[in-house]
Design a protein around this ligand. Structure first.
Ligand SMILES: Nc1ncnc2c1ncn2[C@@H]1O[C@H](COP(=O)(O)OP(=O)(O)OP(=O)(O)O)[C@@H](O)[C@H]1O
Ligand SMILES: O=P(O)(O)O[C@H]1[C@H](O)[C@@H](O)[C@H](OP(=O)(O)O)[C@@H](OP(=O)(O)O)[C@H]1O
Length: 488
């Protein structure tokens, strides 16, 4: 008592001080409780990718929507860092190192996998077994050929390819004949990810077979007028971005010397290699167009087959036949040029969290289950409802693409609604069976168009209104000039 008197001049002051302390403690407790109730999303990305994506902007966006984004330290026990409701990652390099026998990487991958195995409630974007399939080009191409849409229609496939394990030109030619691979062909590394994987060659004739180093994949070269279509999938939405690509070459065998190139020099938004030269004798309208219907069906098929929700598909359109050729599938690609990547990713995560909420998750799933156990496709109404919520948000997202703190604040101020569209959980990977739409720029009332960034400007390519309506496309005016929304 004496001590208290010594500290405080009056009884009132003492009780005020105590009240204040209690209030603070209560606030702290509330905050802790709130944090405990907040969903936790763990993520692991390489430092390079984290910086390239400006992932801190996503962390801020999550925080402002009541989700904690926690960077996972693979060296530490994951149990002490979680529990995680969702984990986002790009562990391709680590998986590759583990597959190549690196003991440290193997250990890290095993620890990560055993955390996932002992937490069936954690949704992994995306499962390691699924990502592994994409590390081998031949396996990816096989997957595409096995898709229903590719088996039933000639309009889409992967160009003829063969795995070459021999250095003997005669044996190579025999293998090529068996698999209908023709000259010229693109020679690619079997491994599809990592810096070495992007070194390639175009081989024009038998003499060029001596230039290649097996094991590798030989894939027939398809003339496509120098246009690459990158389809970026985020859960049940996808975005199409146009990029520069390799120019046309005369079909058939020739004496031309082998051309060596790095894929990142010819197919990035800013690429301006001599190999990119377009055939200027054709106008844009005369060029073969990407079919929205084909892309949608391809995305649906792959999402289901791969059990993945964050991936990219690279498509070229054959200048002669108009057939679509898938030349690459990437796990968690760069999403460069996707104006609303972070809001779309957040909506996907929110959708998964909502679908897996203990209280209403069961109900949601029951509602989607048909009597024979199949998942129902969404109605057009559901789709439109889902996408109509977005135009304003997309505009805001596009407006805050610069990477200063103001833009981070701007992005986090976005009021993304809780998803009203029930997600269709596919296992625990967060891949859903619902349809996608592509965010588009309104082409001035004459139809819809999708975003096409070329050399840092975003142009538009027309898609007919009928085609747009067919896939439930909703037009958003998102004017973008320069790099993607995330300043990449
Ligand atoms: N079969 C083909 N016919 C014509 N051009 C092709 C073919 N395959 C690849 N290309 C060209 O080579 C480029 C790189 O090919 P690919 O996408 O397989 O490389 P990558 O290194 O896996 O790409 P990414 O950086 O997306 O991982 C393409 O953008 C395209 O310009
Ligand atoms: O977003 P696009 O243009 O598709 O480019 C991606 C490539 O397609 C991927 O192959 C890259 O990943 P890898 O470096 O793991 O191959 C990927 O590297 P990243 O994971 O460092 O972003 C990107 O370069």
């Amino acid at each position: 008592m004496g001590k208290m008197q010594g500290l405080a001049p009056s009884g009132v002051a003492v009780s005020t001080a105590l009240d204040h302390q209690q209030q603070l403690q209560q606030q702290q407790l509330q905050q802790q409780q709130q944090q405990l109730q907040q969903p936790v999303v763990g993520y692991w990305l390489s430092d390079k990718k984290r910086k390239k994506l400006n992932f801190h902007v996503f962390a801020e966006l999550c925080r402002s929507h009541g989700i904690q984004l926690v960077k996972i330290d693979l060296q530490r026990d994951l149990e002490q860092q979680g529990p995680f409701q969702v984990i986002l990652h790009k562990l391709t390099d680590l998986l590759l190192e583990a597959d190549q026998g690196n003991a440290t990487s193997t250990n890290l991958v095993q620890r990560f996998q055993s955390y996932v195995d002992s937490h069936p409630e954690t949704m992994l974007l995306d499962p390691l077994h699924a990502v592994r399939k994409l590390l081998d080009r031949c396996r990816s191409y096989d997957l595409i050929q096995e898709l229903e849409i590719c088996r039933l229609e000639r309009a889409i496939s992967t160009p003829a390819f063969v795995r070459l394990n021999t250095s003997d030109p005669e044996e190579m030619l025999e293998l090529m004949r068996e698999r209908h691979v023709t000259f010229p062909f693109v020679c690619k590394n079997i491994v599809a990810h990592g810096s070495a994987s992007h070194e390639m060659a175009i081989v024009f004739g038998e003499a060029g077979l001596r230039d290649i180093r097996p094991p590798c994949v030989a894939q027939s070269f398809i003339n496509h007028d120098g246009v690459l279509h990158k389809v970026f999938v985020i859960g049940d939405t996808f975005h199409v971005v146009e990029r520069p690509s390799l120019k046309n070459f005369p079909a058939g065998k020739s004496d031309q010397k082998t051309i060596f190139f790095n894929s990142h020099d010819v197919s990035k938004a800013e690429s301006a290699s001599h190999l990119n030269a377009r055939d200027e004798s054709q106008t844009a309208e005369q060029r073969q167009q990407l079919s929205p219907q084909v892309v949608r069906r391809l995305v649906e098929g792959l999402r289901e087959t791969l059990e993945m929700s964050l991936f990219g598909i690279d498509i070229i359109v054959d200048r002669e036949s108009g057939h679509h050729a898938v030349i690459d599938i990437n796990a968690f690609p760069g999403y460069d040029g996707v104006a609303d990547f972070f809001p779309a990713l957040l909506m996907h995560v929110q959708g998964l969290l909502q679908a897996h909420k203990p209280s209403d998750g069961v109900l949601t799933n029951q509602r989607l289950q048909t009597p024979n156990g199949q998942l129902e496709p969404p109605t057009t109404g559901e789709l439109i409802q889902h996408h109509q919520a977005q135009p304003q948000q997309l505009q805001q997202a596009a407006a805050c693409r610069d990477q200063d703190s103001a833009s981070a604040a701007g992005l986090s101020a976005l009021q993304l609604p809780r998803l009203s569209l029930p997600s269709r959980p596919h296992g625990r990977c967060g891949c859903t069976a619902s349809r996608s739409s592509w965010p588009v720029e309104n082409g001035g009332g004459s139809g819809a168009s999708h975003l096409v960034p070329t050399k840092r400007r975003v142009h538009s390519v027309s898609v007919s209104p009928a085609a747009a309506a067919d896939i439930g496309m909703v037009c958003h005016r998102v004017s973008l000039v320069g790099k993607g929304s995330n300043g990449r």
